[in-house]
Write a protein that binds this ligand. Sequence first.
Ligand code: HEC
Length: 104
Amino acid sequence: MKKSKSIILISAALVVLTIAACSPKLYEPTSVNVSSDATMEQLKEGKSLYIANCNRCHSLFNPKRFSREEWTKNLNKMQPKAKISEMQKAAIYSYLTHNANRKK
Ligand code: HEC
């Protein structure tokens, strides 16, 4: 009885881990990410706009995956698809390019 219960628990934990591994790690903005060109509000707004507007056609990309130049190009290309305003695009851009751990 006890053994089968723990097997169920372990399987459930594995399922949760697999799901977590498949979705991109979207960082939560903190004071480290804030800079002269991005306030905490902009970063938080950018994150929720990114989640709300960018996973309809494909899954969300990790912010670290593209450089600033690449994000600029990608966002210009995706803006008409996602039907977002210039201001929304700017907020999403801020969020995507202010990850302190990014390589570039
Ligand atoms: C209406 C559907 C749609 C929406 C909404 C959408 N995309 Fe896309 N996205 C696509 C398609 C189709 C492709 C692949 C073909 C292409 O590159 O045009 C793509 C490709 C991409 C790529 C990959 C480019 C590469 O070089 O691999 C990125 C990054 C991206 N989208 C980001 C975004 C972001 C950020 C948003 C939100 C602002 C967004 N997308 C919203 C349809 C969409």
